[in-house]
Design a protein around this ligand. Structure first.
Ligand code: GLA
Length: 418
């Protein structure tokens, strides 16, 4: 069994990103900023439905060494150039800042340069820049490596161009919005705002309860060590299948169902009246003309409404210090995502079953699904046993060995050097 994927220390991350910057540009960066990936404890596919979710920041972070486009640099454009390099990607990408906009940037630079565009759209003046990225957030693992990039760039831009947005929650909310716009409009992924909120607003040792209807948030105690527990993350390394199309269809189906029920979002559906609401639903026609049958629409709505209730119950248990009792809620969440929302996959189901079978207190898929990662809440002394059982189950299916990491609950993104 391979060793768990360790988070880099802040020094290691800053040094790696600085080295990447020197290699790419032959000069020194002005500073290094970092932002974390996340797991979500519960509340999946609720963030674009006005619902509740409960992410925890990883200690695994993306590091960005950054410098403003200098006067010394050859620049025929008033606003400067953007030049980007990443240890996770080949080559250097560059373009005039003024050319960065929706539809004009492909690949990972959309997450990075897109934030500069979004800040500009929000009335903040930013100039050109050079930046180099290195990251220990696993890519393509459903752990929000893209939001980590966006958030680290948001903080770097805010500090470098004196936007005054990184030192208060109010300012950080502006950055969250810019990161969401970068992802939705420049990268073209119609995700909700959970990941960016976690990366920019999390506090160490707490889970972040997000209410996406009114934008409020609350830190919920998440002291696993105090309870002798560990959160194990299993990166299934399953190929993401049709992620973008499927995610967008789920979102469009929810929006069509809310419109059919005459409510602003599915958050407005009273769980006590769920059966009546479901009975009112018919086939739904999505904006692209696809017709979703009524029974499928009902299943999607049932997932969202029951999942929001499960978040409330989960938070109640955490606040009462009864974290060891969350297993049934995690099981119900996973079953709902698998059967009603249909975003799980065989690898996620096997990870969850193997973890629980080996004594985990609870387990479920986390994030958008269709591959990605599962989480398992485990007694510290059973960690090796549970991890070995998951690895053995994957081996039994002839699948690639999953990646493993553990989570304590990290803090939000910040400047880490100098
Ligand atoms: C992805 C999206 C989030 C959220 C989750 C599902 O991670 O980026 O906004 O919708 O899926 O809960």
């Amino acid at each position: 069994m391979s060793a768990p994927i360790e988070a880099w220390s802040t020094d290691e991350g800053a040094t790696r990103a600085t080295d990447a910057f020197r290699d790419a540009f032959g000069t020194e960066p002005a500073g290094v900023w970092a932002a974390p990936g996340r797991v979500n404890l519960i509340g999946e596919h609720t963030d674009y439905n006005g619902g509740l979710c409960l992410p925890v920041a990883l200690e695994h972070r993306t590091y960005v060494a950054f410098a403003p486009w200098g006067d010394d640099q050859d620049d025929e454009h008033d606003d400067g150039q953007v030049a980007l390099a990443s240890r996770q990607e080949d080559g250097t990408w560059s373009a005039p800042l003024a050319s960065v906009r929706p539809g004009a940037v492909d690949g990972w630079p959309a997450y990075a340069a897109g934030v500069a565009w979004a800040l500009g759209e929000a009335g903040h003046r930013v100039g050109g820049f050079r930046a180099a990225v290195d990251s220990c957030v696993p890519y393509g693992a459903g752990l929000s490596s893209s939001a980590a990039i966006e958030s680290a760039f948001g903080l770097a831009l805010a500090d470098t161009f004196d936007l005054g947005l990184s030192s208060s929650d109010e300012g950080r909310l502006v950055l969250v919005d810019a990161c969401i716009r970068a992802e939705n409009e420049v990268a073209g992924a119609s995700t909700g705002g959970m990941d960016q909120s976690a990366a920019l607003l999390a506090h160490a040792g707490t889970a972040l309860l997000l209410d996406t209807r009114d934008g409020t948030r609350r830190g919920i105690p998440f002291d696993l060590a105090g309870h002798g527990l560990v959160l194990l993350v299993v990166d299934t390394r399953a190929p993401h299948r049709l992620v973008d199309g499927q995610y967008g269809r789920r979102r469009a189906t929810c929006e069509a169902a809310a419109a059919a029920l005459g409510v602003a979002s599915l958050r407005e559906v009273d769980p006590a009246g769920l059966d009546d609401a479901l009975a009112c639903l018919d086939d739904a026609t999505l904006p692209d003309g696809e017709v979703v049958p009524a029974d499928v629409v009902r299943a999607r709505v049932r997932h969202v409404v029951t999942e929001i209730e499960r978040v409330q119950d989960f938070v109640g248990l955490l606040e009462a210090g009864r974290v060891r009792e969350v297993g049934p809620l995690m099981a119900a969440s996973h079953a709902s995502l698998r059967d009603d929302y249909e975003v799980s996959c065989p690898e996620l189901d096997v990870a969850v079953e193997a973890a629980v079978g080996a004594g985990a207190i609870g387990a479920r898929m986390t994030g958008g699904g269709f591959g990605g990662s599962a989480i398992a809440l485990v007694d510290r002394e059973r960690l090796d046993e549970v991890a070995a059982a998951v690895v053995a189950a994957f081996g039994g299916h002839g699948w690639r060995e999953p990646g493993l990491l553990t989570v304590v609950g990290g803090g939000a993104g910040e400047r880490v050097a100098p």
